[in-house]
Design a protein around this ligand. Structure first.
Ligand code: HQG
Length: 180
């Protein structure tokens, strides 16, 4: 499998499974699942090449394990990153004392005032380690890494969730829990 093809399929899957299923008239259920056969048929109609072998390869080899099948592989969903409203039914999890968020300088002033907001997504995304946060921030420019006092937040009653692909999710991070 050509890595360029895999990446382009991954990007397209992110679009239809996280943001705009209507692009190919795909239905997601309330938990974010799409029917695999329907996805393959509707992707192909849209001029993309997708079959079950390609889909298996992308799910298995995706650098961030962005997508997951259900148990019998009849359904697929994105494990996090949605802008559309879905209930992933994630269990609450207890975070370590610190989690990290990668951003860029131009957002800093606003984050100091408002804390971290989910912006267009369903959650604020946090990373277990600084290296991952550097990559996340680096998507937008020179990364700035914020340390989030997640242990203190959790003790104060804030809820945290861990996605199937190990991204930490929470609703918002007030500025007082951020070390700039
Ligand atoms: C910033 C990727 C101003 C925030 C990654 C970020 C992640 C604020 C941007 C996932 C703010 C939102 C998500 C505030 C937050 N004022 N700016 N109060 N609060 N921001 O893309 O965390 O490759 O929605 O710092 O790996 O960058 O797509 O969030 O820069 O896991 O699978 O607003 O996307 O995953 O941007 O990235 P995003 P993110 P994938």
């Amino acid at each position: 499998m050509n890595e360029k093809t895999a990446k382009s399929i991954s990007k397209f899957l992110s679009l239809v499974l996280r943001h705009s299923p209507e692009t190919i008239n795909l239905k997601l259920d309330e938990n974010g699942w799409a029917d695999v056969e329907e996805l393959i048929t509707k992707c192909s109609k849209n001029g993309n090449t997708l079959d079950s072998e390609l889909l298996d390869y992308v799910v298995e080899n995706n650098d961030k394990k962005r997508f997951a099948f259900n148990e019998d592989k009849t359904k697929i969903r994105a494990s996090q990153g949605h802008s559309i409203s879905v209930d992933l039914k994630l269990d609450e999890a207890e975070p370590s004392e610190f989690l990290y968020h990668g951003t860029v300088g131009k957002f800093m002033e606003s984050i100091k005032k408002e804390g971290l907001q989910k912006m267009s997504r369903q959650h604020v995304h946090l990373s277990q380690d600084r290296e991952t946060a550097i990559k996340v921030g680096g998507r937008r420019g020179a990364p700035q890494i914020l340390s989030v006092r997640s242990g203190a937040m959790h003790r104060d009653g804030f809820k945290f969730y861990l996605s199937e692909n190990n991204v930490w999710l929470t609703d918002a991070v007030p500025a007082k829990y951020i070390e700039f």
